[in-house]
Design a protein. Structure first.
Length: 142
């Protein structure tokens, strides 16, 4: 079982920790990119940057639900939760990006790039976070 300081983590607690990490990561990435994007591509591009970051964040948070729910289960079920989360994240990100591109509210190239970069940043952060929560003592593994 995933443990922290000798206590088993509940799914809501695990999701909260992972979500906090994701929000901090995307906020930091957006803050770092904001002024260069504004300088090089103009104010309309900053709208695309923020919208792309939001799309990536919504997809990432939805993708964290299955791993958080399977945290207390056996290894095979946790793996299924991870795969379901990755699939949910990908489908949701593609669907939201397509809707945003079709609405033409932001420059399409900047929007697609911002969503892609945000997706990759959050995928890396969430992979590390989920791996940290799911690691188990080898002696306790079945």
């Amino acid at each position: 079982m995933a443990m922290l300081h000798g206590h088993e983590l509940r799914p809501a607690t695990a999701f909260g920790r992972l979500a906090t990490l994701s929000v901090a990561a995307i906020a930091g990435a957006t803050a770092i990119a904001y002024f260069p994007v504004r300088t090089l591509a103009g104010p309309a591009a900053t709208t695309a940057l923020c919208l792309g970051a939001g799309i990536a964040l919504v997809a990432a948070l939805a993708g964290l639900v299955p791993p958080a729910l399977t945290l207390r289960l056996e290894a095979r079920q946790r793996l299924q939760g991870l795969l379901a989360g990755m699939a949910l994240r990908f489908v949701l990100a593609c669907g939201l990006l397509l809707a945003a591109l079709l609405s033409r509210v932001a420059p399409p190239v900047t929007l697609a790039l911002a969503t892609g970069v945000g997706y990759i940043v959050l995928l890396a952060v969430d992979t590390v976070g989920v791996a940290w929560l799911m690691r188990r003592d080898v002696r306790k593994s079945p």
